[in-house]
Design a binder for this molecule. Structure first.
Ligand SMILES: [Zn+2]
Ligand SMILES: [Zn+2]
Length: 242
């Protein structure tokens, strides 16, 4: 599905399916892949890239919006097959390169504890982060993509702003499975921080927003997000700084 001239959501409107995260292609002289879905998707991603005229060696970058297994599951496979450079925020890098284990669900606390022996369920092959990103970094892709640090879902969640397209790729900062909503609370580490990050993106000139889960908003995305942010204003109190 073509979202804008330069953004493709792989797999159509519903992307990678109900549970797995969407994969995006950013079309330039080389190809940039944003997120990779669960493990086992490296070859289907390469196949899809070929449909758009890119060979494996044309995939120059893979950007990971955050460390969850539904977004980085096929990263190691893709890195091996393409030699692409991996970009992710430095706060999530330890979970991506395997220095830290995938933490699993964080709420409710009892569930996190109960499931801790089964953390293999959401672990995946680690991959080296070649370019640890910081807030406001500009990546030299499509004339400059701005990295925004939008923590809350994970400590190192990022959103990617494509100014020319007036488009933002948010990972799991927000979801759009059955209408616009917060992401899975079970896997969100800090809800107050999450709302702060949502408010932050409202300062952008935005028409289009692409989500890790669900179809993109292609018109007036800023207004829809503003309504959602208003609904949650003051609902979650920040208990600790991250
Ligand atoms: Zn996700
Ligand atoms: Zn997530």
């Amino acid at each position: 599905m073509r979202v804008t001239d330069r953004i493709i959501q792989v797999g159509g409107k519903w992307g990678s399916g109900f549970l797995a995260a969407n994969v995006f292609f950013l079309l330039d002289s080389k190809l940039t892949v944003v997120d990779t879905g669960f493990k086992g998707r490296a070859l289907p991603i390469l196949k899809e890239a070929r449909l758009h005229g890119y060979r494996a060696s044309d995939i120059a970058n893979v950007i990971i919006t955050h460390h969850h297994a539904d977004h980085m599951g096929s990263l190691a496979g893709l890195e091996k097959l393409t030699g692409a450079k991996v970009v992710a925020h430095h706060s999530d890098a330890p979970y991506i390169d395997g220095t830290q284990p995938q933490p699993g669900p964080s709420r409710p606390a009892w569930l996190g504890k109960a499931l801790s022996p089964f953390h293999g369920l959401w672990s995946c092959a680690p991959a080296e982060v070649d370019i640890p990103a910081n807030d406001s970094d500009e990546l030299p892709i499509l004339g400059g993509i701005k990295v925004l640090h939008t923590p809350g879902h994970t400590p190192g969640s990022i959103s990617l702003y494509l100014k020319q397209e007036r488009a933002l790729i948010v990972g799991d900062l927000l979801a759009n499975r059955f209408g616009l909503s917060l992401p899975s609370r079970m896997f969100t580490v800090n809800l107050a921080q999450e709302i702060e990050s949502i408010n932050r993106i409202l300062s952008l000139d935005l028409e289009v927003v692409c989500f890790g889960h669900g179809p993109p908003l292609t018109h007036n995305a800023r207004e829809s997000i503003s309504r959602l942010a208003h609904k949650y204003e003051g609902k979650f109190v920040r208990v600790s700084k991250q």
